[in-house]
Design a binder for this molecule. Structure first.
Ligand SMILES: CC(C)(COP(=O)(O)OP(=O)(O)OC[C@H]1O[C@@H](n2cnc3c(N)ncnc32)[C@H](O)[C@@H]1OP(=O)(O)O)[C@@H](O)C(=O)NCCC(=O)NCCS
Length: 215
């Protein structure tokens, strides 16, 4: 076990921390449970995540979920994975981000973010998007998707702000009507306001194709 970042050595190699000007995206640790609960136990966040996941009721449930996420991430093939979003200024974990295969086909890779409401409106989701999309496109992925529930205006604004294009509405994921947005590598080049830097020792020490047709 790598004590510095809490990951097995091969995991650290598979998913090195992604460092942006203000954030480090790194694997989850069980010790993140209180910060994670503040996010995933928050009704204002969880309302947009169901039915993929429910509001987390307490610390014990959060710890269990983190255990599952860490295990899932260790089995997932990069670029897929789950990341904690840690602010570099104060080392606070302010949310999470995911690159996960969308059911039912598991062929489309979905980008997702979950930030504590205190951290909305600072551009952190955008900074995360740039870093994770850059990571995905370096792994032979041509396009990424975001699926947004109608009414989630903040998420819709965030995806558009980052160069994602509206594809259509679909009910093929989770049995809900969702708005589908797509990001291709050229879109990222146009939107890219951030440059991602390679992980530094300091960051390591704090951390760890096709188009869906709208139904
Ligand atoms: C969706 C979500 C991640 C969006 O977060 P966000 O903070 O609104 O998104 P961004 O990172 O793009 O931030 C943009 C805002 O930060 C402001 N901002 C401040 N500093 C900035 C900077 N340096 N760079 C960019 N934007 C900045 C922008 O002006 C914009 O403000 P506005 O919302 O008042 O127009 C967040 O609302 C969330 O976690 N929601 C709950 C979970 C959820 O819905 N997840 C998505 C499911 S599809």
């Amino acid at each position: 076990m790598n004590a510095l970042i809490g990951l097995q050595p091969h995991q650290a190699e598979l998913r090195p921390p992604l460092v942006t000007p203000r954030l480090v995206l790194r694997g989850w640790h069980i010790s993140d449970a209180p910060a994670a609960l503040a996010v995933f136990g928050n009704a204002a966040v969880a309302r947009w995540l169901s039915p993929a996941m429910d509001q987390v009721p307490d610390l014990a449930a959060m710890r269990l979920l983190l255990q599952q996420w860490i295990a899932e991430s260790s089995r997932a093939m990069p670029p897929a994975g789950r990341w904690a979003i840690q602010r570099r200024g104060d080392n606070q974990v302010i949310g999470g981000a995911t690159l996960l295969a969308l059911p039912p086909g598991n062929e489309d890779l979905e980008l997702g973010w979950q930030l504590h409401p205190d951290s909305w409106g600072h551009g952190y989701a955008s900074e995360t998007t740039q870093a994770l999309a850059g990571w995905a496109f370096r792994h032979d992925v041509d396009e990424l998707f975001a699926v947004v529930r109608p009414g989630n205006t903040r998420a819709a604004a965030a995806v558009r702000r980052n160069g994602m294009h509206w594809v259509g509405e679909t009910s093929k994921y989770f049995g809900l009507t969702l708005q589908v947005f797509r990001l291709r590598s050229a879109d990222l080049d146009e939107a890219a306001p951030y440059t991602q830097s390679p992980p530094t020792d300091a960051a390591r020490s704090v951390a760890g194709q096709r188009s869906p047709s709208p139904a």
